[in-house]
Design a protein around this ligand. Structure first.
Ligand code: ARG
Length: 457
């Protein structure tokens, strides 16, 4: 049977039992209990300091809130749907402890500014966690890129072997992506870290609150300048969900490579047993579940972003109950990104590399054809023409079952008299890499210096 509500003054009858459950957010917003209590403690202290409530009451409230947090953590306090949401639940615990004094906490505040604050604080913490794990993944990348320095692998376009690259260069590409991911999260953090408290329900409050001191106590960088905006918008949460979606997109591409590079067909990598599972029917199988699940979970992250944008798109200002739907996508994306990053770090640390297979794949497939064209261009053949000549040479090789390095000088010269003795050197893998000594390129010296720079960071 439904219990008496905090807002029951205006109501005649009890809430329908289904409606009570349907409207409750407590089953999931319990996750916000720490943020909710932190916000309430800052608010109560300010109420006391501003003499909006007696200092002694403020002190009692702060002590009781601290005890409530401990009660929740130890499991002594439990929740039920009649409490509606975490804000009501904490207030109910407070009133149970302090009686009338507990009822003073909500002075000059609304759940509308309170919930916006809680979500902002939650995002801030999630972002700090994510940034720390992102850094771990990057450390793992740098360590392995250093370990495998010198290993050559085909670089691909259209999943066709294209040009040889250092495996380290390939790994470090992900490092760059993750650096931009960090930027996106930091940006989202900056916009989230602003206090809406003082906005009240939507129009501000009649009490002489000190918004800045509350914000400062909570470690926030400022206050929302418009009370209607403060309780209405969730763009800061969408920023976070977008950052999560992009990170998951990066992790998903990485995972995709883990999956197929560890297949028998490629055989470039193998994943440690600890990160794989077997099949219930095929005894020979070792499945790359971790990267597959990371790849699969990108779907949630995209969904969560679209979810929130859709919830928000038709809402008139200011608060609407629809906005209660903002929380689950945020919680889900935060968890998904954290877990996926932990999985990615395990994969990077645990994978073993089959250098022979990688090099073997570079040996056939004409990976140095571009170098041959560049060679001709250096000898004065216009690049377009050089491209055409090289194309003909490749066709000739294919027909005769030869690789570029198998051709004799005579065979080469039958395609262009400009080809000289030095061509053999030019079309070697080592030379192909060495010549790409452009900033950002796969030339070993460039990769090494990038690696050193990243190690120092
Ligand atoms: N549980 C609500 C939410 O998550 C809290 C705010 C409720 N405000 C209101 N006016 N009913 O959005």
């Amino acid at each position: 049977m439904a219990k008496k509500k905090a807002w029951s003054g205006r109501f005649d009858g009890r809430t329908d039992a289904f409606v009570e459950e349907f409207t409750a957010s407590i089953p999931y917003d319990v996750l916000l209990y720490r943020q909710d209590i932190a916000g309430s403690i800052a608010h109560a202290r300010m109420l006391g300091k501003q003499k909006i409530i007696p200092q002694a009451d403020a002190r009692k409230i702060v002590a009781a809130l601290t005890a409530i947090r401990e009660g929740i953590e130890s499991g002594k306090l439990s929740f039920d749907p009649s409490q509606e949401d975490i804000h009501m639940a904490v207030e109910q615990f407070l009133i149970r402890k302090l009686g009338k004094t507990g009822g003073k906490l909500h002075t000059g505040r609304s759940r509308n500014d309170q919930v916006a604050l809680d979500l902002r604080l939650f995002l801030r913490e999630s972002i700090d966690d994510i940034l720390a794990i992102l850094e771990k993944v990057q450390e793992a990348i740098v360590a392995r890129a250093e370990e495998f320095f010198g290993v050559v692998v085909p670089g691909y376009t259209h999943v066709q072997r294209a040009q040889p690259v250092l495996f380290s260069h390939h790994l470090l590409a992900y490092h760059e992506m993750l650096t931009r991911d960090q930027d996106r999260f930091r940006d989202a953090r900056r916009r989230a870290n602003v206090s809406p408290l003082g906005a009240g329900a939507l129009a501000g409050t009649t009490f002489p609150v000190d918004r800045e001191s509350v914000a400062a106590e909570l470690g926030m960088e400022g206050v929302c300048e418009n009370s209607i905006d403060a309780v209405s918008d969730r763009d800061f949460a969408a920023d976070f969900l977008y950052a999560c979606a992009v990170t998951m997109m990066h992790l998903s591409r990485f995972s995709e490579e883990m999956v197929y590079w560890s297949s028998a067909e490629f055989g470039f990598l193998s994943l440690p047993d600890a990160l794989c599972t077997g099949s219930s029917i095929m005894p020979q199988k070792k499945n790359p579940d971790v990267p597959e699940l990371i790849r699969g979970k990108a779907g949630r992250a995209y969904g969560n972003l679209v979810n929130l944008l859709t919830v928000m798109k038709g809402l008139p200002l200011a608060y609407n109950r629809d906005m209660q739907e903002d929380k689950e996508p945020v919680f889900d994306s935060a968890r998904t990104v954290k877990e996926s990053l932990i999985g990615a770090a395990l994969l990077i640390r645990g994978m073993s590399v089959n250098e022979g297979r990688m090099r073997g794949a570079c040996d056939d497939g004409f990976l140095t054809a571009t170098d041959l064209a560049d060679y001709l261009a250096r000898k004065g053949v216009p690049f377009r023409k050089a491209h055409e000549i090289t194309g003909k040479i490749v066709r000739y090789c294919e027909k005769n079952g030869k690789r570029l390095k198998d051709l004799s000088l005579k065979e080469f010269r039958s395609f262009s008299p400009r080809i000289g003795e030095d061509v053999g050197n030019f079309v070697s893998l080592t030379n192909s890499l060495r010549m790409r000594n452009v900033r950002g390129g796969t030339g070993p010296r460039r990769v090494k210096s990038r690696l050193e720079a990243l190690k120092k960071r």
